[in-house]
Write a protein that binds this ligand. Structure first.
Ligand SMILES: Nc1ncnc2c1ncn2[C@@H]1O[C@H](COP(=O)(O)OP(=O)(O)OP(=O)(O)O)[C@@H](O)[C@H]1O
Length: 250
């Protein structure tokens, strides 16, 4: 589904990603860990197509199509979802209405008509029940006065509604408390299927107790320097990153 080859990227002429190779197949969950400043969020942003970053070498293939030239919005329409892509507060626009617009824009990009209101309501009902989201929440103004946990819930609801092919959840800065962790983990587990894939970026092994990854990768200094199974996350939790840095710098 996703294939990243020798990806180099920079921001303001500063090289951040220095040769990333990563393959994510449908049905898989990949976790990306690594010390602060190693390039994890940058990798997420570059895959999603945020404009501030410049790809200087390598490529990103989504279903064998090079997506390098596509804008973030076009990538979203092709099924790439990045958490906190829409963190804006929109007073007067409810969670539900925002979602309707987002879904219909995606359909329009595919040449489809708007989703009939009846189907939209059914989908909203099903997804909100699946994720145990209160009806009252859906009528609140987008992100206005949302607590951290509510923002997470909204984000996972967006993910559920948009049914992305590839979901990238960057949880490094989100200050996940126990509730938010449960919301993210439950959401991902309920939405996981053989046709989609998830990349979770996290500092916390405990999140990976709930979302069990098929692969764990360690990013250090702009490169994936180690990959393994879920046991690698336990090893990192126990030993920190120094041993990996020593291996790399040896
Ligand atoms: N907009 C920017 N302008 C300048 N430097 C940036 C920018 N975004 C990222 N960087 C730099 O790129 C490097 C990698 O940052 P990035 O946020 O990708 O790391 P990270 O692995 O996600 O870190 P953390 O674990 O602390 O969240 C850092 O040195 C950071 O300062």
């Amino acid at each position: 589904m996703l294939k990243i080859n020798n990806l180099h990227a920079s921001i303001e002429d500063k090289a951040i990603l220095k040769g990333i190779n990563l393959e994510v197949k449908a049905g898989e969950v990949h976790a990306i860990m690594g010390p602060n400043g190693s390039g994890k969020s940058t990798l997420a942003s570059v895959i999603a197509g945020k404009e501030e970053y410049e790809v200087t070498e390598g490529n990103i293939l989504l279903d064998n199509e090079d997506i390098e030239e596509l804008a973030a919005e076009e990538r979203a329409h092709k099924g790439v979802f990045l958490s906190f892509q829409y963190p804006v507060e929109i007073p007067g626009v409810s969670v539900t209405n925002f979602m309707k617009t987002a879904i219909n824009e995606t359909r329009k990009a595919k040449g489809l008509d708007d989703m009939p209101a009846k189907d939209m309501l059914k989908m909203i009902r099903e997804k909100s029940e699946l994720l145990e989201i209160d009806r009252k929440f859906l009528s609140r103004s987008l992100n206005e006065g949302f607590s951290g946990g509510e923002k997470k819930r909204n984000e996972i609801f967006q993910m559920a509604m948009l049914e992305p092919k590839l979901a990238i959840l960057d949880e490094t800065d989100s200050g996940l408390d126990i509730d938010a962790l449960r919301i993210v983990a439950n959401g991902v587990n309920k939405l996981k299927s053989k046709d989609n894939a998830v990349i979770v970026i996290t500092h916390y092994q405990r999140l990976l107790d709930h979302i069990v990854p098929d692969f764990v990768h360690v990013l250090y200094n702009g490169k994936i320097v180690k990959s393994g199974g879920k046991e690698l996350a336990h090893e990192l939790e126990a030993k920190g990153y120094d041993w990996i840095k020593e291996e790399v710098n040896a």
